[in-house]
Write a protein that binds this ligand. Sequence first.
Ligand code: ATP
Ligand code: AMO
Length: 434
Amino acid sequence: MQGRTYTADAEPGDEVTVAGWVHETRDLGGIAFLILRDTTGRIQVKFEKDEMDDDLVETGLGVHRESVISVTGEVAEEPRAPTGVEIVPESVEIVSAADPELPLDPSGKVDAELPTRLDNRTLDLRKDEVKAVFEVRAEILRATRETFRELGCTEINTPKIVATGTEGGTELFPITYFGREAFMNQSPQLFKQLMAGSGLERVFEIGPIFRAEEHNTPRHLNEATSIDFEGAFCDHHEAMDAAEAVTRNAYEAVAENCEEQLEALDLTDEFEVPGGEFPRLSYEEALERINATGDLDEHLVYGDDLSTEAEHALGQDVGEHYFITDWPSEIKPFYIKDHDDDESLSTGFDMMHPRMELVSGGQREHRHERLIEGFEQQGLDPEAFEYYTKMFKYGMPPHAGWGMGAERLVMTILGLKNIREAVLFPRDRQRLSP
Ligand code: ATP
Ligand code: AMO
């Protein structure tokens, strides 16, 4: 809107036009106040009924909450106003009137359940503490791009409509692509590896992944945002260093640049950037520690995958971010390389937050014959992946990488209870719109 002043920029003595939402009105009889809200904050508009034009007063005070209005007037200092200034209006224009009945109360005085909030995201994001989550999310992604730049990576974008899955056959969304069978991509895994072998060498992608997850849980989405790294001439240790750097820098950026948002989320006092290096436990050590907690009904044996309960028990025991390394080869995907001195052990790793897994990664099998053997061992047809495997015949350096769920990162940094709170329009088993 031409000539519009943001509420935060209104200085005493200015003649301004401020446009925004009617946050609330308070009628005290001879005098009434309207609080106008925009993205920068709030400002009080004062109506002195005896001294002002009746039409002006009627328009200003007759409008329903959450309507969009534009107010022109002079800014005056007023110590009793919430921000120390107020506008004495000369004109009020109703730009877009709101219904008196709102599906959700943006002032937050009436709590709303998550589904109601998700159905009405526009109104929901008028609340400071909800808006703050998405401002923090944007800051985390900004800091992540900066970390990757420092790590010498180039940002890439890979296809989301693909011919094959990589992360296990049951979690694919099939689609029809001009009469052919195709799928929504579960991970940029194969494409990022192909780029590690290209002249780019070190790449990252921040993009959607699609998984037809069987469970409806507070930490799974059917469309998630994956932060992916892949680096040529990297081993799994360097890949873990990169995952740790991305995580720590995300926390640091939030601590440095999101003071206002942490306050809105009531996290100022408890927010902490992770301290020392994240401990690196081998899978075998992890099993021993989980069994020693006595928190599980079952006794875990070598070769077991870690259940949610096992992850929780270990997370509580360790109490900080940590890695689980050296998994048995058979429970890691075909593209992960085994240790040279012990082929039953993989270089695959997971990076865990005490609440959940954040990252999976590892060094990749870059030797063509071994890769083909790996496909066969997992019961996959290497022919279907020929577009990928053939590039391993033309000079493929050793490489390593990982994938990190962006929503899980946001969720754990802010202590959100449900991953859906970290997505504007989540996709889960029930939710396809908005
Ligand atoms: P990823 O999906 O990327 O592998 P994750 O941490 O989400 O990472 P899953 O394999 O999906 O890992 O789940 C980890 C464990 O949690 C598995 O053993 C799985 O069976 C279990 N699990 C997942 N969802 C549920 C659920 N709703 N209730 C109980 N257990 C679950
Ligand atoms: P993985 O399948 O473990 O590994 O996924 C990597 C990370 O992505 C996040 N994630 C999810 N977040 C929300 N909802 C989901 N349904 C979901 N699924 C996964 C998690 C998980 O740790 N190709 C490998 C990565 C690699 O080796 O580079 C992969 O996709 O945070």
